[in-house]
Design a protein around this ligand. Structure first.
Ligand code: BDR
Ligand code: CA
Length: 313
């Protein structure tokens, strides 16, 4: 069994990614850490608890960062036109009045130290919790098994600016710290995820075959599907679930490796820049950076088939 911590901002596609992890027989989900992103952290935390409760799972949830490490970023800028005002497509979610202290980064540190060499972090929101954990406890970089993120746009346009993908754009300084640490990072970027398109008929079939758990995902995806319809697409991109599939079926992904830097100021803020070769020269900004990996290509149809198999199973 793979021991996984899921760092997330649910988030419609986050919900499908979570269901995949819960249903996969090879995944031991140790905990869920939440972060601001698709909605404020109070709501993404409430949403994570709601999903786990609805699906009958007692996995610990730890609230994380409410805002970015990067200075001068806009506040209260949430994608309500994509994920709804509550982050789950405005699907009704019961109030959860509890106010809790931030515990995501300490949970990450404690769990990684208690399970040396074993923990895989799957991060599908802003990288803020991971960066905070690294700042507090740099030793965790040597203790995790690896880090898989949904994020970045390496050879395709971003979805927030021409250069930046949402999870990186939302806290580019945190992303730069995560790519620069000595752990193995694999990014599942827009280059591949935007090609992993679940059509509306496929979603409907999954909801039918997958029982009430999958029906909930289909219900809360309606606004998200509506967002894609406005751009002429009939279905939805399942960004975060692609990254879940990487944990279990890495052979469906084609990786490119190189040092990665993320500018966190100026017009290129949030760009994921990879130095793909061992290029020498005026490259100080890349000196001493570890080589990381990004899935710039892969098999979208096979990834979708895997999602259907696991989530309808
Ligand atoms: C990423 O941004 C969020 O809106 C999605 O949940 C996904 O993690 C895609 O750019
Ligand atoms: Ca997400």
């Amino acid at each position: 069994m793979q021991k996984v911590i899921f760092d997330t901002d649910p988030g419609v596609d986050d919900a499908l990614a979570l269901l995949y992890l819960l249903r996969h027989p090879d995944i031991d989900l140790m905990g869920v850490t939440t972060v601001f992103g698709n909605a404020p952290v109070a709501l993404t935390t409430r949403n994570a608890r709601f999903l786990l409760r609805s699906w009958g799972h007692d996995v610990p949830v730890h609230a994380g960062s409410a805002g970015p490490l990067t200075p001068d970023m806009p506040e209260d800028d949430f994608p309500v036109h994509i994920h709804g005002r509550n982050g789950l497509g405005d699907h009704p979610v019961p109030d959860d009045p509890r106010e809790e202290a931030e515990s995501a980064s300490s949970f990450l540190i404690d769990t990684i130290r208690a399970n040396p060499g074993q923990i895989r972090i799957l991060a599908v929101g802003r990288m803020t919790n991971l960066a905070r954990a690294l700042q507090t406890a740099p030793d965790i970089a040597d203790l995790v098994r690896d880090v898989v993120i949904m994020g970045g746009a390496f050879r395709v346009p971003g979805n927030i600016t021409p250069a930046a993908e949402a999870n990186i754009w939302g806290d580019p300084l945190a992303a730069d710290l995560v790519f620069g640490a000595g752990w193995q990072v694999t990014a599942i970027p827009l280059d591949l995820t935007t090609r992993t398109f679940m059509t509306r008929p496929m979603l409907a079939r999954l909801a039918q075959e997958g029982g009430p758990d999958m029906q909930l995902v289909a219900d809360l995806s309606q606004g998200y599907v509506g967002f894609y319809r406005q751009s002429g697409y009939d279905g939805m991109v399942v960004h975060d679930c692609c990254a879940s599939v990487f944990l279990t079926d890495p052979e469906l992904f084609a990786l490119t490796t190189g040092e990665v830097r993320v500018p966190w100021q100026g017009i290129a803020l949030g760009t994921t820049m990879m130095n793909p070769s061992d290029r020498q020269g005026p490259m100080d900004a890349w000196a001493d950076r570890p080589r990381q990996a990004a899935a710039l290509d892969g098999q979208p149809e096979a990834i979708l088939a895997r999602i259907a198999q696991v989530c309808a199973g």
